[in-house]
Design a protein around this ligand. Structure first.
Ligand SMILES: N[C@@H](CCC(=O)N[C@@H](CS)C(=O)NCC(=O)O)C(=O)O
Length: 186
């Protein structure tokens, strides 16, 4: 299987973590935004190619990886909720990050970005109030959440001072060698 992506994307990181955890054979091919726009119809990373199968979203890629490995992926409703809530906030953050980077548009200049900012703040408070694993292994949703907060702190978009449970989760995630090995770089 070939996984296309960047070393910074948290969506790609989750797929790399799944490959390393399941020990399935895969080739990682680093691509930039221009290449992803050419290779993927969604113009996003990750992209997975497995013979005739082309998958353009981290959730379908993870579903495939765990299915091939014969392992479970997201079958508890609370876990599905946390996983998608983390994705909603991550999408909002990527939106903020991209608009600031490419167009110089910040929430002060955009009503919709202000709403995205508010979504992130209320979402983080709600997620921080949830209960998380106190020891490894993390659930799939917790891995997604840890990859998200690690990326947002790496990009200096988020400080975890006001979110102690998220900080604890990230500290625990960083005791997992695979999580550490896949940390954002570049
Ligand atoms: N729903 C997608 C989101 C992927 C995504 O947003 N990837 C970002 C990188 S972190 C991207 O490629 N963005 C390019 C763009 O927005 O043009 C998934 O789960 O794979």
């Amino acid at each position: 299987m070939e996984l296309y992506g960047s070393y910074t994307s948290p969506f790609v990181r989750h797929c790399r973590i799944a490959f390393l955890q399941t020990e399935l054979d895969f080739k990682f091919i680093e691509i930039d935004a221009t290449q992803s726009a050419e290779l993927s119809p969604t113009k996003k990373v990750p992209l997975l190619i497995d013979c005739e199968l082309q998958l353009t979203d981290s959730t379908s890629i993870l579903t495939h990886i765990y299915e091939v490995a014969g392992e479970e992926f997201l079958n508890d409703v609370e876990e599905v909720e946390l996983y998608h809530m983390a994705n909603t906030l991550l999408d909002a953050y990527v939106n903020l990050f991209m608009l600031a980077k490419f167009d110089g548009i910040t929430p002060e200049k955009s009503i919709y970005l202000t709403r995205q900012q508010q979504r992130i703040e209320s979402g983080l408070v709600a997620i921080n109030n949830k209960k998380f694993s106190q020891a490894l292994p993390l659930t799939h949703a917790e891995v997604r959440l840890a990859a998200f907060v690690d990326w947002a702190t790496y990009r200096e978009l988020l400080s975890l001072n006001d979110y102690p449970h998220l900080q604890q989760l990230l500290t625990l995630a960083n005791t997992d060698p695979i999580f550490v090995e896949t940390a954002p770089k570049g």
